[in-house]
Design a protein around this ligand. Structure first.
Ligand code: CUA
Length: 348
């Protein structure tokens, strides 16, 4: 029987200098990771560079102001007291007007102008490729309308050119944020924009690579596990990726795969009630499109690497990995589960 451990009495821990040192050390180490797949400070696009420069400028100015204020405070505290008659007439008024009004005004207006300039630089540019992204609790539906491709939780794009994103949501408000490539933008349910148009956004990657994106608007229990991968490919690789996704998938070639397909469409598994596999009778759109599931790098919205073990584990009990998601447990025998996984693995 499963034993539930009682929470143990724990003594309150008060921070000590060694805790502080450890925290600073950890913060420094986190900046030393060789790869930075999710960081605003390692931009790989014009938009993210603009944002990173603005961040550094604000950090520098605010640090200078902070040091100046603390310096003046210490100076005031440790200044020997002077009698009133020794003070220059009008001296403190001049100091208050300069330090309290003129200098803050110049700094704030400067930062305002800089940030306005940055937001102008972030406008959506002309683009040859449009991708529609629909937010769901808790995954991303990804359409390439011009190419007739539907996938999930992965955005493939050609490196070196801007890609236009049209963002909407099937349920609550979500927000897409791929820090290395751009800022955030909300995905709104249709009743928010009514007859208007979905939010338009853009991503561009200077070079081929993979970066992690995250839902940035609290959207329910598994908000933190609503991630996605953005994979930028060289133009040739991207064309090959598109061509491979457009190819109709082949009929099952072996007995195991045929059995897996039958399991997929069986009432016991019921997969086709929620999922689409293009070119088959499965056309439901409640869950992610599975036409190319085997070509994806991850499962469960960038939660698990896409391999045989994780796929079988996910199908058997998705609630174990992501409690609260819409996919129910499937009570399949080991052979049926194995056959189903073998079928799904042919869907490239
Ligand atoms: Cu979707 Cu948070």
């Amino acid at each position: 029987m499963l034993k539930i451990r009682q929470p143990q009495e724990s003594k309150p821990v008060s921070p000590t200098p060694s805790h502080a040192t450890a925290a600073v050390f950890a913060a420094c180490l986190s900046g030393c990771v060789a790869e930075h797949p999710q960081s605003i400070l390692h931009p790989v696009s014009p938009a993210a560079s603009t944002i990173a420069w603005l961040w550094w400028a604000m950090f520098a100015v605010c640090t200078a102001v902070f040091l100046a204020v603390i310096g003046l405070l210490l100076w005031a505290v440790f200044q020997p007291a002077r009698p009133q008659r020794d003070r220059p007439p009008g001296g403190s008024t001049r100091f208050i007007v300069t330090g309290g009004i003129v200098v803050p005004w110049v700094i704030l207006v400067g930062l305002l102008v800089y940030s306005l300039q940055a937001s102008i630089a972030l406008r959506v540019p002309e683009s040859d490729l449009t991708i529609r992204v629909v937010g769901h609790q808790w995954w991303w539906e990804v359409h390439y309308p011009g190419q007739g491709i539907v996938t999930a939780n992965e955005l493939h794009l050609p490196a070196g050119e801007p890609v236009r994103l049209e963002l909407s949501s099937a349920d609550v408000i979500h927000s897409i944020w791929v820090p290395n490539l751009n800022g955030k933008m909300d995905l709104l349910p249709q009743h928010f924009y009514g007859q208007g148009r979905p939010n338009v956004f853009w991503l561009e990657a200077d070079q081929p690579g993979a970066w992690r994106g995250q839902c940035a608007e609290y959207c329910g229990l598994q908000h933190a596990r609503m991630a996605l991968e953005v994979v930028a490919l060289s133009p040739d690789e991207f064309s090959a990726w598109v061509a491979a996704r457009q190819r109709p998938h082949s009929e099952p070639a072996t007995d195991v795969v045929r059995r897996g397909r039958d399991v997929f469409f069986s009432d016991q598994a019921g997969c086709q009630k929620c999922h689409t596999i293009r070119g088959t009778a499965a056309i439901a759109r409640i869950g992610p499109d599975l036409t190319h599931i085997a070509a994806r790098r991850t499962l469960g919205a960038a939660l698990l690497p896409n391999n045989r073990t994780n796929l079988a584990g996910w199908i058997a009990d998705p609630q174990k990995f992501k409690p609260g998601n819409l996919m129910p447990r499937t009570n399949l025998g080991a052979d049926d589960l194995e056959a189903l996984v073998a079928y799904l693995e042919t869907l490239k």
